[in-house]
Design a protein around this ligand. Structure first.
Ligand code: ADP
Ligand code: MG
Length: 680
């Protein structure tokens, strides 16, 4: 029955191949797709303002009668202007319509309309151009606004939706039994789909929204929970608790409470019958590496190997050096597997890995995945730096006998959101920084102080320190390479001519990027000019200053991440945010960065300000795209939906019961676009 809704959109009256192509641009191919693409907004024609009170430059809704229609003016071929006067008790308003005799003819002399549009003109002669309007006796006063594409107008889309609803809404199948619907105060699904498009009033709209948001979050929760359950196999690497005091005693510092808690959570997982699937989340510098090291040590004590994968060779090397220092004194053999080894050496190391010589194998993701045989793999750690999707995580886990998995991420995400993004993982959070960290001093300045900022950077470099400049963001269509190169050249030939300036940009092959980063790490480059590609997690303690151009264009979390490139050594560090945007919003945003160092707080604020869509591009988390739920606002509904998902799966963990077929269908549809989940 759902099949009717899967029919190609060309089956809809009024939609031929041409329009189908336009719909395709909007991501709509089927009739169901059309019905389930909800309005992005509504015009509420009940909220009118007297014409005398409308404000120039703003959108307004007025109710008035057509007092006079002027004759059309043909300005040139292809441009005709239609004007008419609309009046209410308080004033006149000139309506201008470009090129559309259709709209002009539909406004009949003497009749009353409600019109919505931007007010232009001056105090003596207010105008509204190309308004949207309805007749004042129209019964529906809330009209949907859809995303459009050229050639597909609002009116046409509304007409298609009306047709589709009248013919096909009967095929929308209820997904929840009445008792559950009552319990959660949810309107019937079919009714909600109709009302989300053409609500009678604000209340109807609210109820329709609640139902659809609930369903979407329910389906998402079900899908993620099913994925998580799929990983609930028996582990072949069940560990036993061991005395780890030798490790703790060898540390040069005291662990934070958050570190102790996270290690305990990991140990408990690893000593259970199921493989650990845990996310370790913590701001830059919160000390994730030690937590990972403790779990590797437990693994070693149990006679198993651990593997740690990093996204780049540099990061792998960095981990290798740190972990070698922490673990080798305790008798753990560690190796590093990276692309720059000769193939002979690689083969040799791989041999030794399979013979069990090494207890900790560190390398790049790509290399470890490539036909590495482990003697006895018990733990896989991924240093994610928000780059890998779910699928990547799971590939290595198929090696060994369901080893334990720990994912480390340096992107602070509000906990509620993390529950979704990493819905297939349990979560440990390092929400506490080691004591005695120096605060990075942050300044927000305007472009006219750029020279002074350069001077400040130069002083630091003269004192032997290093710095970063994140160069201006380019507009779409501009050539990133050309503009970054030009910026770096200007600096290295101008203000910084006696200084070694390096350039790092997104279009470089990764080997070249690594090379630049390594030279920066070795101190051969003093000032690194870069687009936003500076590696997350890269540790150059001598870098003490970062200047970010066009700071207003970055998300708060991204600015926080960039700032985290400095402040890693003994020296006082600085972050300079350059912006010429004087708006109140921007001032507040940047002040938040200046005044807060807690990545989780910043993330929460960022999420509120931008919504989850922009918070991290969809590409980065690989989650299915939600149509109506807003993860920054619908948290309460999410909780309810998660609870219900849990109840449903307790009864029927694979949704194979007959009553659950419509839900299963929706889970598959939602996850189809997020292919890395491999749902089918
Ligand atoms: P991240 O979470 O960014 O990976 P690291 O694990 O690299 O952080 O730790 C950052 C620095 O803090 C390292 O130099 C590490 O030795 C140090 N460190 C970690 N835990 C503590 C602690 N409890 N007290 C003091 N320093 C610590
Ligand atoms: Mg790290």
């Amino acid at each position: 029955m759902e099949n009717q809704l899967d029919m190609n959109i060309t089956y809809l009256k009024g939609v031929g191949p041409k329009r189908a192509e336009l719909y395709q641009k909007l991501g709509i191919t089927s009739i169901g797709g059309l019905l389930h693409t909800y309005p992005r907004d509504y015009i509420d024609y009940t909220q009118t303002t007297p014409i005398s009170q409308v404000v120039i430059g703003e959108n307004a809704m007025v109710k008035g009668y057509v007092k006079r229609k002027l004759s059309p003016q043909i300005i040139r071929r292809g441009l005709t202007i239609y004007k008419l006067i609309v009046a209410d008790d308080t004033a006149d308003l000139v309506i201008t319509i470009f090129n559309s005799n259709y709209a002009f003819d539909n406004l009949i002399l003497g009749e009353e309309y409600i019109l919505y549009g931007k007010v232009m003109g001056n105090a003596y002669r207010k105008e509204m151009s190309s308004p949207q309007f309805i007749h004042s006796n129209e019964s529906r006063k809330i009209l949907p606004i859809y995303p459009l594409t050229e050639g597909l107008s609002q009116a046409i889309r509304q007409k298609h939706i009306k047709t589709a609803l009248s013919t096909y809404s009967k095929y929308v199948q209820e997904t929840l039994p009445d008792t559950i619907r009552k319990e959660y105060s949810l309107s019937p699904l079919r009714e909600s789909v109709v009302n989300i498009h053409f609500p009678k009033d604000a209340d109807t709209l609210d109820r329709a929204k609640r139902r659809l948001v609930f369903d979407e979050l329910l389906v998402l929760s079900l899908g993620l929970a099913m994925l998580r359950n799929r990983n609930r196999k028996l582990t072949g690497a069940k560990m036993h608790k061991k005395d780890l005091s030798e490790f703790y005693n060898s540390l040069p510092f005291k662990l934070t409470r958050a570190q102790i808690r996270s290690i305990d959570e990991g140990i408990n997982d690893m000593c259970s019958n199921n493989p650990m699937n845990r996310l370790l989340q913590g701001d830059v510098g919160s000390g994730k590496t030690v937590v990972a090291a403790a779990l590797c040590y437990l693994c070693f004590k149990n006679g198993y190997q651990s593997a740690l994968m990093a996204p780049t060779e540099i990061l792998a090397t960095q981990h290798y050096n740190t972990l070698k220092m922490l673990l080798r004194p305790l008798g753990i053999e560690i190796c590093l597997l990276t692309g720059s080894l000769t193939s002979k050496k690689k083969a040799e190391i791989k041999n030794e890995i399979s013979s069990g010589k090494y207890s900790l194998i560190i390398g790049t993701h790509a290399l470890i995945q490539q036909n590495t045989e482990f003697a006895k793999l018990g733990l896989v750690i991924t240093d994610e730096q928000h780059r890998f999707g779910v699928k990547h995580r799971s590939m290595l886990l198929e090696k060994g006998e369901n080893p334990h998995a720990l994912v480390m991420s340096a992107t602070p995400i509000p906990r509620t959101l993390a529950l979704i993004i990493y819905g297939d993982l349990d979560i440990s959070i390092l929400d506490e920084m080691p004591k005695g960290r120096r605060k990075i001093e942050t300044y927000v300045i305007m472009g006219d102080k750029r020279q002074r900022a350069y001077g400040f950077i130069k002083d630091k470099i003269m004192q032997g320190r290093q710095g970063y400049i994140v160069c201006p963001m380019i507009d779409e269509g501009e050539n990133e390479l050309a503009s970054a190169t030009k910026y770096a050249n200007e600096l290295s030939k101008g203000f910084f001519r006696n200084i070694n300036v390096g350039l790092l940009h997104g279009k470089m092959p990764s080997a070249q990027k690594d090379d630049v980063m390594e030279r920066f790490q070795r101190g051969e480059i003093d000032l690194l000019v870069s687009t936003t590609v500076i590696e997350v997690g890269i540790d150059v303690p001598n870098a003490v200053i970062i200047m970010i151009e066009n700071a207003e264009r970055f998300g708060l979390s991204q600015l926080h991440q960039l700032r985290g490139r400095v402040g890693r050594g003994e020296h006082q560090s600085f972050c300079i945010l350059l912006t010429d945007n004087v708006s109140e919003t921007n001032r507040k945003r940047l002040a938040a960065i200046k005044n807060t160092t807690d990545g989780f707080k910043i993330a929460e604020q960022d999420l509120k300000l931008r919504g989850p869509g922009d918070f991290f591009g969809r590409k980065q988390h690989g989650l299915p795209q939600l149509k109506i739920a807003d993860m920054s606002q619908d948290m309460a509904v999410l909780k309810e939906a998660q609870e219900l998902a849990h109840r449903i799966l307790q009864e029927d963990s694979t949704l194979s019961a007959n009553v659950n077929q419509p839900l299963l269908h929706h889970v598959r549809t939602l996850f189809i676009s997020a292919e890395e989940y491999g749902f089918n």
